[in-house]
Design a protein around this ligand. Sequence first.
Ligand code: FRU
Length: 496
Amino acid sequence: YSEEELYRPNFHFTPKANWMNDPNGMFYYNGYYHLYFQYHPEGNVWGPMHWGHATSTDMITWTEQPIAIYPDELGTIFSGSAVVDISNSSGFGEVSKSIPIVAIYTNSKKLEGNDNWRQTQSIAYSNDEGKTFTKYENNPVIDNNKIKDFRDPKVTWDDDRNKWVMSLAVGDKISFYESTNLKEWNFLSDFGQGIGGHGGVWECPDLFKLPVLGTDESKWVLFVSINPGGPNGGSATQYFIGDFDGTTFTMDKEFEKSLSKEHNYWIDFGRDNYAGVSWSNATRKDGSKLMLGWMSNWDYAQKVPTETWRSAMTVARKVQLQKNDNGYRLLFNPVEELNNYRSKKHKKENITIKGETKIIGSEAVDLASAEIQFNISNLKETTYTFKLSNKLGDKLLFGYNNIKKEFFIDRKNSGKTNFSEKFANKVTTASRTSTNDNLSATILLDKTSIELFYDNGETVMTEIFFPNAPYSKLSIESKNQEFILDNIEVHKLNFN
Ligand code: FRU
């Protein structure tokens, strides 16, 4: 097998060549979803950052475009966001001809003689729907000479107060700023010192409003990526639910109370979903938001066994907010657009699982391009283990331990793992928050990734792997007790 055949994903975005990390500047306009990304066009490890660019009509299949933003005298181009400036509040639009797209990003410049960076916030505008950008002549729009980590501006339109609000990662906290024209910014407030996970530096925030499903109420959501300090090591993204009054973000009281316990508020418990933020100008009719993340982890991202390109993005996900007995919880599920790629369907019902039972093999469905749904009612005190395997003995284990009430992924024997000590040093776990006696999940399988959406998206796990040959069999195991798998549906996903 070539690296390309083995590892280039079937339906997750990868750059044709070279290094990629965080998604940046995502916006929707005129039928196209735009995705920019941290890009080093001259190597397969992190280096001087540019904004790469890709477009899609459905967030599933992407067309890579020329690099959109290049480094300049203020520094390289770190993460940030883009907005569709519909009212031309910035004045960058060509009156009555175009609606400007405004990118807000961090310029990062290495300082002579030490290891520090000078990080400032700059803007650039596009009058050709995001293809090319012109930098604003008075950059930076937020200067900084003192603070080491000062980056990743995410700008959102605050509809209640008619102004732009920026969240910015500043060391171990998030700072909020406001503006009416995207050029002049006033500091509003800080959030986060002593709150939430602090095992590493805070990065890539996102603040937005979401309706609570089935109610007239809305809440504000704050995403904060953190590296290291994730629940299973390395990089991960936590979230907070609360209110924003135009100046200050205040956590919901109940939410805050449950934070002091072992906290469960991670957008993903797998090791490979980082720096995710929401799309601008893409709120769905039902108020839900759309997002995706970088499907890797700073613990080993630069060492994974691909040479030509490095890293993929997660599948695009819909973000909703529900309130149940446990309080507020975000739900993450693959966007419905993915359903358009379903082709063959295999369905099995009422299967008794005793020992290891084969569910499906590659003779029926390509297990590197599949969507699976299963349902188990009447959970027993046992471990439900799913196994993807190939003839070389590589295997990926995942499932649910109903004694510990914990989901898991075990990639210790999944194929190539020794490129980094940190890649497969432990079994990844996520405690289940739902107390439902019925367990259901959606599973997305690509060549080098698995995305698990349990309990309608209440607990998500995303991980990558590198088998020596494609996985050719999916089976399920019961260790100590037999059980019934009520139903399982396997859809082949067809991208040709
Ligand atoms: C997150 C991050 C951001 C930064 C970018 C640099 O992965 O460290 O904070 O802007 O990557 O590439």
